[in-house]
Design a binder for this molecule. Structure first.
Ligand code: HEC
Length: 475
């Protein structure tokens, strides 16, 4: 009742003033306010990170918290630095996409330019019910694997990238349904990878790498695999925790732990998800360069039965290896490199995560079809090394056997790259932070021809009968 009276009162006031006043009132009405226009955007795109206890520098929950940051917010959102989401938004649809549309950015900019008004408190949406930072998002896990020693992050100093290996205690092969990482140092974990490996399943066997168990990035809840798909963890797996820590003014100890929900014992999901890295650099996965390696060796009169176990070092010089590495980043240059992965079976491609170091500036992933048609899946033109984001397709891409995944990486070794510690250095492939990489990580689920035909038919059916678009006044 109160509200109605105040609106009537306003109208009356406008009538009394007359003339240009209604125009002024109309302008007023379209200027964005915090409560009505800005807060809903912050809730959707910022608050999962910008809240108490996280590594984000400030909370953005209330007007009082947000107001002092208005100018910085305008700068960061218009440069598309916040929220962190570095891909070309015109290509593809992604799960949990926090990014702002151009219109939403204009709303925030307009609000800041108008003096960042609070607006009517009654317009504010109810506060978000954010899951506690130490809570499993999808219920109780079946298995928890925890760091043993963990790491003490000092109050001050440089970022660190340590790693700890622990036994998982898993005694049988099981398929994961979901997986999540929790840390006791939310303040200071920038992101964190967890890998699993076994003696029987070492790295790079047929390009199926160490299992990438999960990745924690602030504001990310973990991985819930699509229906009927799961990732296999082998009995006897060891887990390697690989965090990136950022000191935060007080000493903190991190014991990260991973919670995993399995498919019921003995149950195998229709499709098995495997992690792949399509990578530049010979690295350990030289079997991908088998023909080139064999050529080089033959030139030297060496005819070796090559298998993944053969050590190359006695036969090839470092220069030979570099010539195979396909990752040469000369000083003061933007270098481009590329790699290919042929899908030997039909498959769905679930996600894409570019991984490069300081010089990494852009990476894209495309599919090259049997008829030569090229389909750009994702382009990340604003790659930032500090953010190791995984982009998950809203609907996984379905490809027939023979499709080639092609990744292209750009490394900017010029002074224009603000993260570049030394544009005069020649940089090649390597695991050290000062070396570089160009890995396109992707989760893939291979399938049989029958499974492909079935999924393809469903897909064509959906394309032929798209859901009726909703009109604007439908909910
Ligand atoms: C995934 C977590 C995450 C999300 C989502 C996120 N931020 Fe941030 N934000 C950070 C972190 C971490 C930093 C500090 C590191 C940096 O500056 O990049 C930061 C820094 C900032 C800064 C700079 C603060 C300073 O010290 O100058 C602003 C402004 C900002 N964020 C605003 C936003 C806004 C507005 C949104 C939503 C539209 C948003 N952020 C979404 C994590 C996030």
């Amino acid at each position: 009742m109160k509200r109605v009276i105040s609106v009537v009162g306003l109208l009356a006031l406008a009538c009394v003033i007359g003339g240009p006043a209604p125009v002024a009132a109309a302008t007023e009405a379209v200027a964005p306010t915090f409560t009505k226009d800005v807060l809903p955007l912050l809730q959707r795109s910022c608050q999962s990170c910008h809240r108490p206890g996280t590594a984000a520098p400030m909370s953005l929950l209330t007007y009082g918290q947000v107001r002092p940051w208005a100018r910085a917010i305008k700068d960061r959102v218009s440069a598309r630095q916040m929220p962190p989401w570095h891909l070309d938004r015109s290509i593809g649809v992604y799960r949990d996409d926090p990014s702002l549309s151009d219109a939403e950015i204009a709303t925030i900019v307009g609000w800041v330019d108008a003096g960042a008004p609070q607006g009517n408190p009654e317009d504010a949406p109810p506060p978000l019910d954010l899951a506690a930072l130490d809570e499993w998002a999808w219920g109780e896990p079946d298995m928890i694997v925890s760091m043993e020693k963990g790491f003490t992050i000092p109050a001050e100093g440089a970022d660190t990238f340590p790693s700890e290996i622990v036994e998982s205690g898993l005694t049988e092969d099981r398929y994961m349904k979901w997986v999540q990482l929790l840390t006791t140092a939310n303040c200071c974990v920038h992101h964190e990878h967890v890998y699993a490996f076994t003696e029987q399943n070492p790295d790079d066997d047929d390009n199926v790498d160490t299992v990438h168990v999960t990745e924690y990035v602030m504001g990310n809840n973990g991985d819930y695999f699509p229906d009927d798909t799961g990732k296999l963890l082998y009995a006897g797996s060891k887990f390697r925790f690989a965090p990136h820590y950022h000191p935060w003014g007080e000493e903190v100890h991190d014991i990260s732990r991973v919670g995993i929900k399995f498919y019921p014992r003995g149950e195998k999901p229709d499709l098995e998800v495997t992690s792949h890295r399509i990578r530049t650099g010979i690295g350990d996965d030289w079997t991908l360069n088998r023909e080139k390696v064999e050529d080089l060796l033959l030139k030297q009169g060496i005819d070796l039965p090559l298998d993944g176990e053969t050590p190359l070092e006695p036969f090839l010089t470092e220069a030979d290896v570099n010539s195979l590495a396909q990752l040469s980043i000369p000083p003061n240059t933007v270098a481009r490199s590329e790699r290919f992965l042929r899908l030997e079976q039909p498959a769905i491609v679930i996600n894409f995560q570019p991984h490069m170091h300081f010089r990494g500036s852009r990476m894209l992933l495309e599919a090259i079809h049997a008829d030569g048609r090229r389909q750009l899946l994702t382009d990340v033109p604003n790659y930032e090394q500090v953010w190791q984001l995984t982009y998950t397709y809203e609907e996984p891409h379905l490809f027939p056997a023979g499709t080639i995944l092609h990744s292209v990486a750009w490394h900017d070794n010029t002074a224009a790259n603000k993260h570049n510690p030394d544009p005069s250095a020649w940089i090649g492939w390597g695991a050290r932070t000062m070396d570089d990489m160009g890995n396109a990580w992707t989760d893939i689920a291979f399938m049989t021809d029958e499974q492909y035909e079935e999924r393809r038919a469903e897909q064509l059916d959906r394309l032929a009968n798209p859901p009726r678009p909703r009109t604007s006044n439908e909910q």
